[in-house]
Structures are given as C-alpha cells and as structure tokens.
Design a protein around this ligand. Structure first.
Ligand code: ASP
Length: 336
C-alpha cells in the first residue's frame, strides 16, 4: 500500500469519551481536537491535518441539527480535503454514521467516524489506536463514503451498531461484511470500492418527526392513536420476521390505517438484532403488508431506518415519494 504523504484530511471533533476528563460529577468531554491529535504524533507521518472543534458533547446529546452541521461543514470544505475524520462519542455514533450516509451520498472521498471506550488521556486506552487507524483508512486511495473505524474494523456507515457498552470491541457490522480490517497498522480490504464517480450528493434537510415503537405482547393500540398528531413517520419494531398482533383486522391494524389515511409513513422492522424481516412468511405479517402496503426494512439496522426515514421525509411530503426514497438502496443499507 502506498500512502501519499501530501494527503489533506480535515478532522472534525464533536466530543465523546475519547475527549473526556473526570469533571467531578462523571466523565465529560473537555479535551480539544488539537490535544487529541497531539496524543498521536504518528498521524503527521500519514497526512497533513487541519482540525475544527465543531462541538464538545457527550454523544447522548447529539441531535439531528448536529448531523446537518457536520454534513454542511463537510460540504463547505469538500474540495479542500482528501478525506474527513470525525471524532464522536460511541453511544450515538451509529446514528450519526447512518445519518451522514444519507446526507452525503456517493462520496468518492472517505468520511470516517471514530471514538473510543476510554479517554485518550489514559495510559490504557483504545483511543490512540482508533484515531491512528481512522487516519490510516482515510488516507488510503481506495477509501470512500461514510464508515466507522473502531477496534480494527472498518464498517459501512449504514451497517454499524453499538453492541457492547464497555469492551473495546463495541461495534459490529450487522448482516454485512466489514469493508476492511486494520491489523498491526496494515489495512486489509475485504470489499472493493463502489463505482461512484458521479458523487458526492449532499442533502440539507431532515424531518425529525419520527417515532420508533417496539411492540411488546399485549401492547394496546391507544398509544399509537394518541401519538399520531405529533409524528409524521412511524417505525414499528415487530417480532421475528414480522407480523402484527390481531393481523389485518385487529385494533393495531386500525390504528395503522388511521396513520396512513393522514398521509403519514409507516415502516415495519424487526426487533430481532440479526437477519432482518420478511413479512410474507406468516399470515400475521403477509395480510397486514398486503392490505396496507407498509414499507419493510428487511435487513436494515434500526439506526439506518430511523435516519433514512428522517432524510426521506425531509425531501418530500408525499407518501409515495417518501416510500420511493426509503426503498432505494443507499450504501448497501437494504439487502433483501
Ligand atoms: N457517553 C459517551 C458518548 O457517547 C460514551 C462514549 O463516547 O464511549 O459520548
């Protein structure tokens, strides 16, 4: 692998554990973007880095407005740099990665998101490795689009999920192979880059009025009826491959009908972590899907489904157009 030493990377710092210090009332982000870089001087051998401290937040407090700010900053500085590295808390990193995959589509330049389970200020930390690996990946000629680099794995932005709260091995690529791994400072690529010569395509609108509801046995329809005024899109996390208690004639189905008749969008997914939905398998799913033409996520992650619905609703108010946008595959997010 040949890494051009003249690559220019913009690092956008947003906070998270990687930048945290003990505040007296728990860990809180305090370390600046320049201080993060100072902890890993080897990065200077890979590329020229500029850095911007966009915010310094625990990622628990990241909002869709922050995703738009990240995307707008990347858009404004896109031509100046060969790639982007974002440092971020791990708790909502998978949402940010998915949101950026929809806000900056078909990017021929890499947009890499990383963080750590422990502060970069500690001796025993994963932060220095994750930061170095992110720059290593961001400076590779074949890198593109939005990804998470964490614990030696490179994961598509639409495919990542935080699965462990404490271990260094916090993120998995769900129902899809990792793009690459990084072992002992060497990048081993598993997936070839896509042909995306026509990109990038930037978007600057999200509609946050998305409700995610997980079904539990015995759930009553009145919760759905009460919430219909406040939301424009509903994602229902069903059981197994997908079905609705009471099938197409129960109270839940009637509640869904009322959402749809008000021009809202309903997406069905499974609450099972792996292998996705297929509503055609059981009568409790097939009848509902046929009657209401619900959107199904198949193997999409929850983070991708939530942010894609915000993005699709941000582009159009028409139910049919939202459906069309949602069902179109973006950066391998839907596999049937
Ligand atoms: N609460 C932290 C955050 O998400 C956790 C982390 O970064 O690992 O900002």
């Amino acid at each position: 692998m040949y890494v051009k030493p003249d690559k220019r990377i913009l690092m956008l710092a947003t906070g998270g554990t990687i930048a945290s210090m003990e505040s007296g009332s728990g860990l809180a982000p305090a370390i600046t973007s320049q201080e993060l870089l100072d902890h890993v001087p080897q990065i200077a051998e890979l590329c020229h880095v500029e850095t911007v401290q966009l915010f310094n937040l625990d990622s628990t407090c990241i909002l869709p407005a922050h995703w738009l700010e990240l995307a707008n900053t990347i858009k404004a500085r896109y031509d100046e740099f060969d790639g982007f590295v974002i440092t971020h808390g791990t708790d909502t990193m998978a949402y940010t990665a998915a949101a950026l995959s929809y806000l900056v589509q078909r990017s021929p330049k890499p947009i890499v998101i990383t963080g750590a389970q422990k502060s970069i200020a500690l001796m025993d930390t994963d932060a220095r490795r994750n930061l170095y690996d992110s720059f290593l990946y961001a400076t590779d000629e074949q890198s593109q689009q939005v990804s998470i680099v964490f614990d030696g794995k490179v994961i598509h932005g639409t495919r990542a999920r935080k699965e462990r709260t404490k271990s260094y091995n916090a993120f998995s690529s769900v129902d899809y192979p990792e793009i690459a791994v990084i072992r002992d400072g060497r990048l081993i690529r598993y997936l070839s880059p896509e042909n995306i010569a026509d990109g990038p395509v930037f978007y600057d609108r999200l509609d946050e009025r998305v409700l995610l509801l997980t079904l539990i046995p015995g759930m009553q329809a009145h919760a759905l009826n009460k919430l219909v005024e406040d939301y424009q899109g509903l994602i229902l996390q069903s059981f197994g491959v997908g079905g609705l208690p009471g099938s197409d004639t129960g109270e839940l189905a009637q509640a869904l009908e009322s959402w749809l008749s008000q021009g809202k969008t309903i997406v069905m997914m499974t609450q099972v972590p792996y292998e996705g939905s297929d509503m055609t398998v059981y009568q409790v799913g097939q009848r509902v899907k046929k009657k209401y033409e619900l959107i199904e996520t198949y193997s999409m992650t929850m983070e991708a489904a939530v942010t894609k619905l915000m993005w699709a609703m941000g582009q159009s108010r028409e139910q049919e157009e939202v459906r069309r946008l949602f069902c179109r595959s973006v950066q391998t997010d839907i596999i049937r």
